[in-house]
Design a protein around this ligand. Structure first.
Ligand SMILES: Nc1ncnc2c1ncn2[C@@H]1O[C@H](COP(=O)(O)OP(=O)(O)OP(=O)(O)O)[C@@H](O)[C@H]1O
Length: 220
């Protein structure tokens, strides 16, 4: 993923410049962390990198595909084929079971029905949720929802994984498991980008950056 001179401004009163010329490279197999104080523009940047929002200026390439010149339909296709998301509100479907939440993802990716059960069981075991596979999404705790979101993002292999505070609701043991899953994904060639307040994640990453007032600088 290659971002060049990304800017984002809102014409609100007063006008807000949220991102000021962000340059960022995340290679396949690399683990990158971005830390920054509240209001620095982290979620805005993640939404732009995830093709959920458009920048005011600059360019963004995802695994060699230019996105800033792409049509909305092409952006949707790139998002669903190349990106995996672990976002804070988790987007878990409350009226579907844990297993169904994951199966939907496999169905969208065209994984044949007979292969799905094994993949779902394996990833739920990894995040410690196999005993909840028949529970409805809305009955899960915050941390369980977060682990389900991680299972759903990693049951297939995305080109880029974008995670917003993925360990925010988790105890140390579950947070450790999440980082192990991210390590394994990186070893499979996934570009892993984590936005966090947790300096331990920044230490774990191969490269880390600081975002302050919309300006990104190298930390490590
Ligand atoms: N639609 C909007 N109109 C005007 N300002 C906005 C809009 N959306 C976000 N902002 C402002 O942009 C700034 C950055 O917001 P953002 O949510 O990206 O920060 P953040 O670093 O993720 O913060 P936190 O860690 O608290 O979630 C904030 O000052 C916010 O008020």
């Amino acid at each position: 993923m290659k971002a060049r001179s990304l800017t984002k401004a809102y014409d609100s009163e007063p006008p807000v410049e949220v991102l000021r010329g962000v340059n960022l490279d995340v290679e396949r197999g690399e683990r990158v962390a971005i830390v920054g104080p509240s209001g620095a523009g982290k979620s805005t940047l993640l939404n732009i990198l995830g093709l959920l929002d458009e920048p005011s200026g600059g360019s963004l390439e995802i695994l060699g595909s230019a996105t800033h010149t792409a049509s909305p339909a092409r952006r949707d296709k790139l998002r669903s084929e190349l990106l995996g998301f672990v976002f804070q509100d988790a987007h878990v479907l409350g009226h579907r079971t844990v297993a169904e939440n994951i199966e939907l993802k496999l169905a969208i990716r065209g994984v044949p029905r007979r292969q799905r059960f094994g993949l779902i069981a394996a990833i739920l075991a990894r995040v410690g949720l196999n005993h909840r596979s028949r529970s409805l999404g809305r009955l899960l705790s915050g941390g369980e929802k977060q682990r389900l979101a991680i299972a759903r993002a990693l049951v297939t292999t995305p080109g880029v994984l974008l995670a917003d505070e993925p360990t925010g609701n988790l105890d140390d043991s579950n947070a450790g498991t999440v980082l192990e899953l991210f390590d394994e994904a990186a070893k499979r060639g996934v570009a892993v980008l984590v936005i966090t307040h947790d300096s331990r994640i920044a230490d774990w990453a191969d490269s880390s950056y600081l975002l302050i007032d919309g300006v990104l600088s190298t930390r490590k």
